[in-house]
Ligand binder design. Sequence first.
Ligand code: COA
Length: 171
Amino acid sequence: MTALKSETIHTDRLTLLPLQAEHADEMAAVLSDPGLHTFIGGAPDSAQSLRARYERWAAGSPDPAESWCNWVIQLRDAACLAGTVQATITADDRGAAAEIAWVVGTPWQRRGIATEAAQGLVAWLRKHSVHTVIAHIHPDHEASSAVATAAGLTPTDQWHDREITWQLAIS
Ligand SMILES: CC(C)(COP(=O)(O)OP(=O)(O)OC[C@H]1O[C@@H](n2cnc3c(N)ncnc32)[C@H](O)[C@@H]1OP(=O)(O)O)[C@@H](O)C(=O)NCCC(=O)NCCS
């Protein structure tokens, strides 16, 4: 499998734009609530450290078997950014497997944005030889579990650190 690159994805209300370092200033404000880190750990980044992180992500994985695909979530009508989705895609002898994750800034939550973005991401992965999609979700994280369910994933009996592995097998 050649390395996958994130492409623009359109859903009903959203445009998922390939993430670039230039998104860091706006995203630092979007992701500024420490509450976003309750289940995923860490703390909000400054615009400067977010820019450095986005530059690393945009440069891609040093491992040729792995693709780092990251998007910012843009609300098309408001033309503002509201969060991110990501897929780490690993090539294997059956094609590729993807681990996905999502974050939506606190002011934009509970409007179905993560659900719509995750569904758009999974639809994109389906078109790119991905046979398995997984996500790691804390067992108490109701919102993220609901997003994963809506994107077609189901919980497995496997754990990764203190999180449950969710999975979608694509035929
Ligand atoms: C998880 C997260 C992305 C959800 O974003 P969102 O845009 O609010 O999600 P949606 O509006 O699509 O809601 C999805 C479901 O979760 C429910 N939900 C949203 N926030 C909730 C909350 N705080 N408590 C309980 N349920 C919640 C919604 O009602 C919806 O359920 P439904 O489909 O049964 O109606 C957001 O809470 C977040 O960014 N959290 C911090 C980062 C994180 O933990 N990411 C997960 C890494 S895998």
